[in-house]
Write a protein that binds this ligand. Structure first.
Ligand SMILES: [Zn+2]
Length: 482
């Protein structure tokens, strides 16, 4: 009897393994092979222009802090003087003083247009970090075929690459098939509201629904996919949502020499710990499933079996993804305290303690789910929980992977990056493009740069070859028909 059960079990295991392998082999799709083309070198002037752009300190400090208007005027003058053909031939609209839209009318005005985006502002360099830079942070130094300085990656390289490619094509007498808008915001690093926000309202009120909106975000990545031994180009097709949750505890304070058993700070502390003790339920969003699917053929066979049978190994794959903070953020709505406030004097127990949690929401969940999770986790009615509405953004819709604009970008990357795997992914941070997601057919976050270095940090820099690839990428895109 026991022997028969054992035999039956063995048979079942064998059948399961056979099924898993069959599923792996049948579902196996080869990595697409693209015909590669070389991008011709753009003139050295492109690097010089980027260097000059970096030297103009178009810094965004904070939503409520004033900007250095002189710097933004200088940047405007720089753009007008450096790209005279664009300045002369393309009508320019100005939004909130320092954000611009250039309109390049296409041959066929019945086709819906393209939008190429970038932002001109940069984050500041902390005074304590300045001495750690190899070169002064706003010098725009060109050393070893690399352009150095704040904004080299984020995002002046895109501003310059778009302008270079359009200036060249205009000089060559080229007119694109679709009308192409060049949209440059000046406040992406704070909220993007005055720039991209206002510009997107203009698009909506004129009932212009772009066929493609292309902004910063994804890039060509060798660092995170080392074991695959080939570059992976990740294209952002959706963005996580954004919500801040405020916790407030009010308990009468008093003299610190005779404290109560629990103070407002104690109760707030416990609430923070309870929220941090658990994560919200994980799930693999569609774009990450597609990423796993597309990189699968380059994995070893065991990984291929696992990834081909997510119905069985979903939990194991999630466990693996939870191991690093970046991949954890791909499968979880995150919640982290970013502001804690209480107390004004060392010998006074404060009667109010407050904390703000910043949450990034994965597709499939909402800000209300976050709020409910927090209330349930705290389970203490002495803590008032409220969500902020001012910066609230629910998770964005997903650009379909079969949209012609996605496929077009995919094929261009395939052509200019040898041996590449191209895949959608989920944007973990926010970009200006989020303002366009509600009314555009395809919003795509991608820059043709590779393993960027130092953005928002020390020694931000970009290789001339990256700038060159960017200019080439925009040139090809503008000249394509689809
Ligand atoms: Zn940026």
């Amino acid at each position: 009897m026991l022997k028969n059960i054992f035999k039956l079990l063995l048979l079942l295991v064998f059948a399961l393994v056979a099924f898993l392998i069959l599923n792996t082999v049948i579902g196996k799709k080869p990595i697409p092979i693209y015909q590669t083309e070389t991008i011709k070198d753009s003139a050295d002037s492109a690097a010089l222009h980027l260097s000059k752009a970096i030297q103009i300190k178009t810094v965004s400090l904070g939503d409520t802090l004033p900007i250095d208007t002189a710097a933004f005027i200088q940047f405007r003058n720089f753009m007008d003087a450096t790209y005279p053909t664009i300045h002369k031939q393309l009508p320019k609209q100005t939004f909130n003083q320092f954000s611009y839209v250039y309109t390049w009318k296409g041959k066929d005005t019945t086709l819906s247009p393209c939008v190429l985006m970038a932002h001109m502002d940069v984050v500041p360099v902390e005074a304590v970090a300045e001495s750690k830079w190899t070169v002064p942070s706003f010098s725009g130094a060109i050393k070893n075929d690399t352009i150095w300085g704040r904004g080299a990656v984020d995002d002046k390289v895109a501003v310059i690459a778009i302008m270079e490619s359009v200036e060249q094509l205009l000089k060559e007498g080229y007119t694109p098939e679709r009308t192409t808008y060049l949209c440059f915001g000046h406040d992406e690093e704070v909220s993007g509201k005055k720039g991209a926000g206002t510009i997107s309202t203009w698009f909506k009120s004129n009932n212009i629904k772009p066929f493609l909106v292309l902004d910063e975000g994804g890039q060509i990545d060798n660092q995170h996919f080392k074991r695959l031994n080939r570059p992976v180009a990740v294209i952002g097709t959706s963005e996580k949502g954004y919500v801040n949750i405020d916790l407030t505890v009010e308990i009468p304070g008093g003299h610190s020499s005779i404290p109560n058993k629990e103070t407002a700070i104690d109760v707030l502390n416990q609430a923070i710990e309870k929220i941090r003790a658990n994560q919200m339920k994980p799930s693999i969003p569609a774009s990450i499933k597609e990423l796993l699917n597309r990189t699968k053929p380059a994995e070893n066979f065991i990984n291929q079996v696992v990834l081909s049978n997510l119905w069985l190994f979903n939990g194991a794959v999630i466990n693996e993804l939870e191991k690093t903070k970046e991949t954890n953020a791909m499968v979880h709505t995150t919640l982290v305290p970013t502001i804690v406030k209480a107390g004004i004097k060392d010998n006074v127990i404060p009667s109010v303690a407050k904390a703000t949690f910043n949450s990034r929401i994965i597709p499939g969940e909402s800000s209300d789910d976050v709020l409910n999770f927090v209330i349930k986790a705290i389970n203490d009615n002495r803590v008032t929980v409220k969500k902020q509405t001012i910066s609230l953004m629910e998770p964005s819709p997903v650009t379909p992977f079969d949209h012609p604009s996605f496929k077009k970008i995919e094929s261009i990357i395939g052509r200019i990056v040898p041996n590449v795997i191209v895949t959608p992914y989920l944007m973990l941070g926010a970009s200006d493009a989020r303002y366009y997601r509600s009314f555009s057919e395809a919003v795509i976050n991608f820059s043709a740069v590779q393993d960027t270095k130092g953005f928002h940090g020390i020694d931000e820099r970009i290789g001339k070859s990256d700038l060159n690839r960017m200019v080439g990428f925009y040139r090809i895109l503008i000249k394509e028909k689809w």
